[in-house]
Design a binder for this molecule. Structure first.
Ligand code: XUL
Ligand code: CO
Length: 449
C-alpha cells in the first residue's frame, strides 16, 4: 500500500497516512470512529451534510502564542527564510494535511496564505502569486474553498477599525484589500465570502460617533457586495458575529444585532451569517441559540465549529468535542434545510502544549467525529418526530378559535380584553416538561449503549 501523499516535491507529515473510518471499536487514535464520509444519513452522505473545512490560520499559521508567551508549535516550513517560498511550502503542507484528513474544504484570510505588504501593489502581487499555486493544488486534490476573507484587524493601521475607522484613508486601504480578496474568491471558486469585523466597534464611546461608523460600515459592505456581484461572485456574503475581543464592543455583537443591522441598511438579501460557537457563548448565548436566530431569519449561511471553555469568558477556539452541543447545533441546521453552500469550518486551534504534528490530526478527527455523532442524533430526533410533535403541541391553542384569529391579526386589544373578562377562575398551568425532553435526548444519544 502506498501511504505517501506528496502534494509538492516533499512530504510534510510523513509519519501520518490517510485517515480512515475504522468504526467505534477501533483503538487507532489516527482513525475516525464515527465520521464515515460515505455513510448516508437521510438523503445525503455525512460528507455532503457536514461539509467540513480546515482553517488555514489556526492549522498552518498559528504557532500557539498567547498574551503570556510566544509560540510553541513549529511547522515543517518554518526554517524557510524567503517569505514567498515559505508560503508555497505552507500551501503544499496544508493541502497534504487536508487531503490526508479527507476534509472537502478549506478557508483562509489573505495574510495567512501570502506575505502582507504596506503597498497595495506588493500585497496584491504576493497574493496573486500564491493564489496560482492554490489553484493548482485545488485542481490536483479536489479540495475546495469554502470561504476566504480579508484580515482587517492584525495590521497596526487597523487599530481603530477598518470600515469603521474614523480616518477615511484607512477605510480606503481596507476597501482595496477587500477588492483583491473578492477577485481571489472568484479566481478560486470560493462558495462564500466572510466579513468578520474584529475591530469594527469601539473601545470607548467618548471618542466614537457610533452612528456615523455604522453608516460607513454599511456603505462599505454595500460597495463590496456590488463589486463582488459585478465580477461574477455568486456565493453568499457572510457576516460573522462576535460581541467583543479584541475590542470592547463589536458592532456585529450577535446574530440578532447583525440581522437588525443588515435589515436597517437593506443588505439582507445578499448577506447571511457565519455563526461561531465560541462567539455565541461569548455573547451570553448557547451556540444553538444564535444558529436558531439566524435560521429563523432565513440567514443561516455557514458555521465556525468550535467551543469555548465553560468556566471562562474567552474566545478559546477549542475543537468541538461536546456531542450534546453538536447534536443541538445539528438539529437547528437540519431543521433549517442544511448548510450548503456553507459548511462546518473548524475555526479552532489545538492547545499550545499539543506540539506534535499528530496533535493537529487528533484535533480535527475529534471535531469531525463529534459532529458526525451530532448529525446522527439530530437526524434520529427529526425522524422520530416526537420533538416537533411535542413542540407544535405547546402552541395548539393558537391553531383554532381565537388563538388562530389572533395569529392572523384579527383580534384587537379591546377584543382580547373582552374575551379574557369572560374567563372565571385560575388559568391552567401547562408544563414545559424540560427534564422529560432532556431524558429523551439522552436516550437518542445512547440508544446503542
Ligand atoms: C476570530 C474569528 C476569525 C474569523 C475570520 O474570532 O473567528 O478567525 O472567523 O476572520
Ligand atoms: Co471565526
Amino acid at each position: 500500500m502506498n501511504r505517501k501523499i506528496f502534494i509538492g516535491d516533499k512530504e510534510y507529515f510523513p509519519l501520518i497516512s490517510k485517515i480512515k473510518y475504522e468504526g467505534a471499536q477501533s483503538d487507532n487514535p489516527l482513525a475516525f470512529k464515527f465520521y464515515n464520509p460515505e455513510e448516508k444519513v437521510g438523503g445525503l452522505t455525512m460528507e455532503e451534510h457536514l461539509r467540513f473545512s480546515v482553517a488555514y490560520w489556526h492549522s498552518f499559521t498559528g504557532a500557539g502564542g498567547d498574551p503570556f508567551g510566544g509560540g510553541t508549535i513549529s511547522f515543517p516550513w518554518d526554517h524557510i527564510e524567503d517569505p514567498m517560498r515559505r508560503s508555497f511550502a505552507k500551501a503544499d503542507g496544508a493541502f497534504e494535511f487536508i487531503t490526508k484528513l479527507g476534509a472537502p474544504y478549506y478557508c483562509f484570510h489573505d495574510v495567512d496564505i501570502a506575505p502582507d505588504a504596506e503597498s497595495v501593489a506588493e500585497y496584491e502581487n504576493n497574493l496573486s502569486t500564491v493564489v496560482e499555486k492554490l489553484k493548482e493544488r485545488q485542481a490536483g486534490t479536489g479540495v475546495k474553498l469554502l470561504w476566504n476573507t480579508a484580515n482587517l484587524f492584525s495590521h497596526p493601521r487597523y487599530m481603530n477599525g477598518a470600515a469603521t475607522n474614523p480616518d477615511f484613508r484607512i477605510l480606503r486601504r481596507a476597501a482595496a484589500q477587500v477588492k483583491v480578496c473578492l477577485d481571489i474568491a472568484v479566481e478560486l471558486g470560493a462558495e462564500n465570502h466572510v466579513f468578520w469585523g474584529g475591530r469594527e466597534g469601539y473601545n470607548m464611546l467618548l471618542n466614537t460617533n457610533m452612528k456615523r461608523e455604522q453608516q460607513h460600515f454599511a456603505e462599505f459592505l454595500a460597495k463590496a457586495r456590488d463589486y463582488g456581484r459585478s465580477i461574477g461572485f455568486k456565493g453568499n456574503f457572510l457576516i460573522e458575529p462576535k460581541p467583543m475581543e479584541p475590542i470592547k464592543h463589536h458592532y456585529d455583537f450577535d446574530a440578532a444585532t447583525v440581522i437588525g443591522f443588515l435589515r436597517e441598511f437593506g443588505l439582507e438579501s445578499d448577506f447571511k451569517l457565519n455563526i461561531e460557537g465560541n462567539h455565541a457563548t461569548l455573547a451570553g448565548h448557547d451556540f444553538a441559540h444564535d444558529l436558531q436566530v439566524a435560521a429563523d431569519a432565513g440567514m443561516l449561511g455557514s458555521v465556525d465549529a468550535n467551543r469555548g471553555d465553560d468556566r471562562n469568558g474567552w474566545d478559546t477556539d477549542q475543537f468541538p468535542t461536546d456531542v450534546y452541543q453538536a447534536a443541538q447545533a445539528m438539529l437547528v441546521i437540519l431543521e433549517s434545510g442544511g448548510l450548503n453552500p456553507g459548511g462546518l469550518n473548524f475555526d479552532a486551534k489545538r492547545r499550545r502544549n499539543s506540539t506534535d504534528d499528530e496533535d493537529l490530526f487528533h484535533a480535527h478527527i475529534g471535531g469531525m467525529d463529534t459532529f458526525a455523532l451530532g448529525l446522527k442524533a439530530a437526524h434520529k430526533i427529526i425522524e422520530q418526530g416526537w420533538l416537533k410533535t411535542y413542540r407544535d403541541g405547546r402552541y395548539r391553542t393558537f391553531d383554532e378559535g381565537q388563538g388562530a384569529e389572533f395569529e392572523s391579526g384579527k383580534l384587537s386589544l379591546q377584543e382580547l380584553y373582552q374575551s379574557a373578562k369572560t374567563e372565571t377562575g385560575a388559568l391552567p398551568l401547562s408544563s414545559g416538561h424540560q427534564e422529560m425532553l432532556e431524558n429523551v435526548i439522552n436516550q437518542v444519544l445512547f440508544q446503542g449503549a
